[in-house]
Design a protein around this ligand. Structure first.
Ligand code: SF4
Ligand code: SF4
Length: 435
């Protein structure tokens, strides 16, 4: 019997109940041809992210991105003013000040000794506790009991959801990509021997800030998620290293995060291309620790996401970049950055990222991007826990023929603050009396 995912909601810690775990992930039946391992540099963020004005050697000394003498200029629109831009910078501060950004190899090292919180070398490396001694391996007689302790520790350190999976090598990047140094990384050669489990953790992002999507205020919530990822996964890695085992702290780097999270039972893949969880919907950020510590996996789940997404497409309607696919799932690649073989709704990541820059703030050196988050915000699964919403979630799991009705109800009661995408055009037509 697989163990349950550990959950933290509103300061209350518990193990998820009432969801049957599966013997294998539901997506296995959707693999229509052998999958190739993903080359990390194909990710639009890997290809496209360079600070406005390019990297500058002075960054090593100042740690301040090159955004020009004035910095990002506030726009005279709600959600993009000086307060919201300051909130966005504040949210990302932890990730940027520790030179982590979205994961390892995305920023220059802090110093020769200290790379960043995700570092594989030196005192933050996989086998090092960060202290001047090397702990003995703690004997593990009962991996299931130890898993409980690891989960409790993860919740204590700031995780909202924690699951364990045996690492499917399919999800390890081949090759990895040093986004700062612009070179490939042979992760198969680099990964220490014996690493076989992933502690997969989700961090809830702030509901009230996310409601302001696609503005800089919602971007602040995403940024704080990145800052917490760096702290959470590196702290969890140090906890495991202190037990004498190897532990690699990862953000978005080293493996695809979503399939690992699906394998660990945190949630399922949604139409908008992110993980949807039963407790927080898609409003989470993911990080993981790869380790040789013997642990007991938590099982994958199916709580009706694919069937609901089939009936919904609200994210596609509101996507300002029209990057989310309508219609049924496909196993074909959509752009250079998506892989063929698995039935899903492939995202047009390039359109999405281009929108983030259009959605940003001008600097004297180019655009300062603002993440959008609208597809997370409008998703009907993005609701706070409560009797009514829990009943809806139960209905989605058991009575999928009611999905369209539930979607209709969501449209009626949950309109986003800022209409975007097709819905913005519809609203404009209505305002002009032509709809
Ligand atoms: S908005 Fe609807 S279609 Fe999009 S991910 Fe959420 S449930 Fe699925
Ligand atoms: S983040 Fe915004 S632009 Fe990107 S897919 Fe989601 S809604 Fe579309």
């Amino acid at each position: 019997m697989a163990k349950s995912v550990a959950v933290s909601v509103g300061g209350r810690y518990f193990r998820r109940k009432g969801l049957k775990t599966l013997s294998e992930p539901a997506y296995v039946k959707d693999i229509l041809q052998p999958l190739e391992r993903y080359a990390e540099k194909n990710n639009p963020l890997s290809r496209g992210y360079v600070p406005p004005g390019g990297w500058d050697e002075s960054l090593l000394k100042t740690l301040v991105p090159v955004i020009g003498a004035q910095g990002p200029l506030p726009r005279n629109e709600p959600g993009y003013g000086p307060i919201e831009l300051a909130q966005r910078i504040a949210g990302f501060h932890g990730a940027m000040a520790t030179n982590c950004h979205t994961g390892n190899w995305t920023r220059p090292p802090l110093s020769e000794d200290l790379g960043n919180f995700y570092d594989w070398e030196g005192r933050w490396g996989p086998g090092c506790a960060g202290l001047p001694w090397q702990p003995e391996k703690m004997p593990v007689d009962d991996p299931a009991a130890l898993t409980e302790i690891v989960q409790d520790t993860a919740l204590f350190l700031g995780a909202s959801l924690v699951g364990i999976t045996k690492i499917n090598p399919q999800w390890i990047f081949k090759p990895g990509w040093d986004r700062y140094g612009h070179h490939e990384i042979d992760l198969d050669a680099k990964l220490p021997a014996g690493i076989q489990y992933a502690v997969v953790m989700a961090i809830e992002t702030n509901y009230h800030f996310v409601r302001h999507a696609p503005t800089a205020k919602a971007s602040a919530a995403a940024g704080l998620g990145y800052s917490k990822m760096a702290l959470l996964s590196s702290s969890m890695a140090k906890f495991i290293a202190m037990l004498g085992y190897q532990a690699i702290a990862c953000g978005n780097d080293t493996t695809l995060s979503i399939p690992l999270a699906v394998d660990a039972g945190l949630g399922q893949l949604g139409r908008q291309g992110v993980l949807i969880t039963p407790e927080f919907g898609p409003r989470v950020r993911l990080c993981k620790v790869l380790t040789d510590l013997p642990l007991a996996p938590t099982g994958p789940i199916d709580f009706g996401v694919t069937e609901f997404c089939d009936a919904c497409a609200k994210c596609a309607d509101y996507c300002p970049a029209q990057a989310i696919q309508y219609g049924r799932r496909t196993a074909k690649a959509r752009t250079f950055s998506t892989s063929p073989g698995l039935l899903k709704w492939p995202l047009h990541g390039e359109l999405c990222l281009q929108y983030w820059y259009r959605n940003g703030a001008k600097t004297s050196k180019g655009m300062f991007h603002v993440d959008c988050y609208q597809c997370i915000n409008v998703c009907p699964f993005n609701k706070k826990a409560g009797i009514g919403h829990n009943l809806v979630r139960w209905t989605i799991r058991r009575l999928s023929f009611l999905n369209r009705l539930l979607k209709y109800g969501d449209d009626l009661f949950y309109k986003p603050m800022y209409p975007t995408g097709r819905m913005k055009k519809k609203a404009a037509r209505r305002a002009n009396g032509s709809a």
